[in-house]
Every structure is written in structure tokens, then in C-alpha cells.
Design a protein around this ligand. Structure first.
Ligand code: PBG
Length: 331
């Protein structure tokens, strides 16, 4: 018989049964934490997206059906990303505030069928901009691209108001222009939409993890990259500065994006601010799990759940994830 260790403290006692583990569990994931991003397009058919297995570009009727399935699974918040026809793209992206555009029609269709589903809309020019940037592009004499800040903010304000008029609950600016939260807040209020919330993509990095998303929407920049407006992945102090500014300008909630590779940033922001913090598990994070699981290397359900639990534990109050419907259904 080996000698008994003389241990006063044995942490394993707190893990000895499912019931005890349940009592001591610190982090709970719930369907009400999840936001389901949905791609939409003008076609009559629903099309599977090659770069994002399990995701579709939905027609409006297909969208309403998918929202219904997510609703049954327990999801109560969705966000739309439109694929806009090339012929409607311009350098100022005017289609983004067309009251009869794809997004306003999608908002109305979902709200008519599921009035208590929180509808969130993305505010940025990239799906509408002929240059594929989040703002208006001006080509400099040296050939470099300049993304015009204040000119872009004026268009974003019109986009936000058009989403609010169509019935959006939450406006979510993802463009990273300076001063857009304050300007959008004023524009919404002036149009009588003081009850519409703003979830700011306050801390958005210039990340290679967005690749599959840009493939899904054909929205990759035609030229240059997004490093003059999205943040440098090397930086964390800047995250607090961005979050503080957006909150001072009226953001109701702030987001960190991507999520998994930026857990330290989620934790930092959570500790520093007193508004709810969202995190976006982006397309590249999703695809890495999906493709490793498809090849049989990992268990998709377990890894997806663990990845979301990690994001929640780091401090996210809510998570945008392409796994939302599946995970909510299993919770
Ligand atoms: C665009 C936008 C992007 C994502 C959400 N909104 C792409 C980008 O900034 O280039 C990425 C989401 C994802 O990768 O899942 N404003």
C-alpha cells in the first residue's frame, strides 16, 4: 500500500460528481447570451456559403424560416449582413440608406413574424461600397487610399436612421470611423428614435480572421487593407481608449472583435467599463472549428461549446456566433 499523502486541501473534492460540479460552476452559457449573424441576399433561393460550411445566404422567405428555427432553439437576437448586387455599389454607398433596400425589408419581414426577436443591424459601408471599404475611399496622388472619416460618418448616420425607421432594435456600427457613435446617436434622436440602442464595435481589430466572411459577401477591399481604421492586433491600451470614447459618445454596449484570439482584451474591457460587453466569434474562428471537425480531428459540438464558454468566462456578456442556433438548441 502506498503511503497516504497528508493533504489538508484536495481541490478534486469540488469535482467529484456532476452534482457537485454543477454547484461550483462559475460560468453558465445561456441561449439568451447568443446573437445569431445571418447573411441575406436578393435572390429567391437560399444558397449554401462555400467558405462557411453550415451558413447560407438567405432569401427573405428563407431568412424568416431560419429565424423561426433559431427562435425555437431559444435564440432571441439576430444580426443581418447583406450581400449587395454589384450594380448597386457606388463609391459613397448610397444604397445603404435606401428605405426599400434589402436590410430594411429583412427587418420588417422578421419583425412581422417574430416581434420579440431583437433585430440588430450592422452599420458600415463595405457591402455597398464599390471599393469594398467600410468608408468612402479617396485615392491620393501617391496612389495610396485614404478612407474619409467625416464624410463617411454622414452616410452612416443616414444608414442607421433607415434601419431604425424599418424597426431595428439595436444599431451596430462596425466601421471604426472616429466620432460615429455620437453622430449616430444624435441622428437617431433627431429622427425620434431615442429608444433604439447602439452596440458599438468599439474594439475591432484589423484581423485576418475575417477572411471567410468577406468571401461570403464578396466584400473584400478591392485595394489596400483596413489598417488605417481597424486596430493593430498588437495593441491593448488602445482598446480601452476606443471603448471609453464610444461610451462617452452614447454607446449602450461595446464589442470586442474577434473573440477567441483576444480573450485578454475582452477581460481588460470588461474590467474597465460599466456597460455590457459583447464579443464576436468571427468567421475564421468558426471555420477553424468547422473544418477541423469535418476532417474528424475534433468534436465540433464540444469544441464549439468550450470556445463560447471561454469567451463568456473572459467577460463577454453576449456573444455573436455562427454556432448560435446549434448551441442554443443544445443548452
Ligand atoms: C464589416 C464587417 C466585417 C465583419 C463584420 N462586419 C468584416 C470586416 O471588417 O472586414 C466580420 C465578421 C466575421 O468575420 O465573421 N464591417
Amino acid at each position: 500500500m502506498p503511503e497516504k499523502l497528508n493533504l489538508l486541501i484536495r481541490p478534486r473534492r469540488n469535482r467529484k460528481s456532476a452534482a457537485v460540479r454543477g454547484l461550483v460552476k462559475e460560468t453558465l452559457l445561456s441561449p439568451s447570451d447568443l446573437i445569431y449573424p445571418l447573411f441575406i441576399h436578393e435572390d429567391r433561393e437560399d444558397v449554401a456559403i462555400e467558405s462557411m460550411p453550415g451558413c447560407h445566404r438567405w432569401s427573405l422567405p428563407g431568412l424568416v424560416e431560419e429565424v423561426g428555427r433559431a427562435y425555437v432553439a431559444g435564440v432571441r437576437a439576430i444580426v443581418f449582413f447583406p450581400k449587395i448586387e454589384e450594380s448597386l455599389k457606388t463609391s459613397s454607398g448610397e444604397e445603404c440608406f435606401n428605405p426599400d433596400g434589402l436590410v430594411p425589408r429583412a427587418i420588417k419581414a422578421v419583425k412581422a413574424a417574430y416581434p420579440d426577436m431583437a433585430v440588430i443591424t450592422d452599420v458600415a459601408l463595405d457591402p455597398y461600397n464599390s471599393d469594398g471599404h467600410d468608408g468612402i475611399v479617396e485615392k491620393q496622388s501617391n496612389g495610396e487610399l485614404k478612407i474619409l472619416n467625416d464624410e463617411t460618418v454622414a452616410v452612416l448616420c443616414q444608414q442607421a436612421v433607415s434601419h431604425a425607421e424599418a424597426g431595428a432594435d439595436i444599431i451596430s456600427p462596425s466601421d471604426m470611423m472616429d466620432g460615429r457613435i455620437g453622430a449616430i446617436r444624435s441622428a437617431l434622436d433627431a429622427a425620434g428614435h431615442e429608444e433604439v440602442s447602439i452596440l458599438s464595435y468599439a474594439v475591432k481589430y484589423a484581423s485576418a480572421f475575417y477572411g471567410p466572411f468577406r468571401g461570403a459577401l464578396d466584400s473584400a477591399p478591392k485595394d489596400g487593407d483596413k489598417k488605417t481604421y481597424q486596430m493593430d492586433p498588437a495593441n491593448s491600451r488602445e482598446a480601452l481608449r476606443e471603448a471609453d470614447l464610444d461610451i462617452a459618445e452614447g454607446a449602450d454596449m461595446v464589442m470586442v472583435k474577434p473573440a477567441g484570439p483576444y480573450l485578454d482584451i475582452i477581460s481588460l474591457v470588461r474590467d474597465a467599463v460599466d456597460v455590457p460587453v459583447a464579443a464576436y466569434q468571427v468567421s475564421g474562428e468558426y471555420l477553424m472549428i468547422k473544418s477541423a471537425a469535418r476532417d474528424g480531428w475534433i468534436d465540433e459540438d464540444k469544441v464549439a461549446m468550450e470556445s463560447l464558454l471561454g469567451i463568456k468566462r473572459a467577460g463577454a456578456d453576449m456573444i455573436l456566433t455562427y454556432f448560435a442556433k446549434d448551441v442554443a438548441g443544445r443548452l
